[in-house]
Design a protein around this ligand. Structure first.
Ligand SMILES: [Fe+2]
Ligand SMILES: [Fe+2]
Length: 314
């Protein structure tokens, strides 16, 4: 299929592995889905410690389920990316461990305190939901198909994040202060979730033309702000003065120049110090379970399990 035909036909779930897609499309879709898959995995790594650190059994169970969901989302997405025939799942996981795989800016920052957890489980997952809901109508069918299950589970993640936030917001004065501090620290990162304005986004036009992206960064950020600023205020959070937010008739807009785009692009290039640590953690885990992959390969090829030394990944 030539590119003009792709652009003409580019409707929701229009193309699949049975179609002869041009290389440009297959590469753009792989880049987009691989980024998404990597982000699911790296987000799960941030939340994993809270399976142990959660203050109650219910919270532990919820964190355990959520972390497994996110790893599952990664798996579904690597498979959807693989269906484009550009890279294998193994290649993509190796690239991530080698620091060559890109992932969401928010997951490059450390998360160590309990009050930070709703910043991801409520705000970041809420922002992700905005984008993901539009991807149910992406033109690569296997990607849209994965999104059906992912969006369903993200709905639960946001409720889980909101419940932790509600508990902190309605608890002790100290809890409320800690929540506000966490919010102030994470808010600029959350605002950068959708990336730079479409004018500065290198891949936007092509992805939109071929139906991979259904909404631009600006539109998504706008929709997120309109929905989540009132929610933050409902839980007593004060929106920081910087970056400036302008409100007009219940519609919010952020002054983009107030955000630190130099830091954003350092993060995006995997050069931010805490992000590098996160990537190294992923590399170590990948190496620690090399014996599992080897055993499975040996079993598949010879019908016997390998005799490698066994070690847990955690
Ligand atoms: Fe997810
Ligand atoms: Fe999630």
């Amino acid at each position: 299929m030539d590119l003009d035909t792709v652009k003409e036909r580019a409707g929701p779930r229009e193309f699949g592995p049975g179609d002869d897609m041009p290389e440009e499309y297959r590469k753009a879709a792989t880049r987009m889905i691989q980024f998404h898959a990597n982000s699911e995995i790296m987000g799960a790594y941030l939340e994993k410690p809270f399976i142990r650190q959660s203050p109650s059994l219910d919270r532990k169970l919820a964190f355990s389920a959520k972390t497994q969901d996110e790893i599952g989302h990664g798996q579904l997405l690597y498979r959807a990316a693989e269906s484009l025939g550009v890279k294998t799942r193994e290649q993509m996981l190796d690239e991530l461990a080698a620091g060559e795989g890109k992932f969401l800016n928010c997951f490059h920052y450390p998360m160590t305190e309990w009050q930070e957890t709703p910043m991801i489980a409520f705000f970041v997952d809420g922002a992700a939901m905005r984008r993901q809901a539009t991807l149910k109508r992406t033109s690569w069918e296997p990607y849209a198909h994965a999104m059906d299950k992912i969006c369903f589970e993200e709905g639960f993640h946001i409720k889980h994040g909101e419940d932790i936030m509600r508990e902190l917001a309605t608890g002790s004065k100290r809890g409320q202060e800690l929540l506000q501090e966490a919010f102030e620290e994470w808010w600029p990162r959350i605002l950068q979730f959708f990336g730079p304005t479409d004018d500065d986004s290198t891949h936007h036009d092509f992805s939109a033309d071929v139906g991979l992206k259904r909404m631009g960064n600006d539109e998504l950020r706008q929709a997120f702000l309109n929905a989540y600023i009132p929610k933050a205020e409902k839980y007593g959070l004060e929106i920081p003065e910087k970056p400036r937010i302008v409100e007009e008739d219940g519609t919010y807009e952020v002054i983009e120049e107030d955000l630190d785009w130099e830091e954003f692009f350092t993060v995006a290039k995997n050069e931010y110090p805490s992000g590098r640590e996160q990537i190294n953690g992923r590399k170590e885990a990948q190496e620690a379970v090399a014996w599992v992959r080897k055993s499975l390969d040996d079993w598949e090829h010879a019908g016997t399990a390998g005799a490698s030394t066994q070690r847990a990944a955690d």
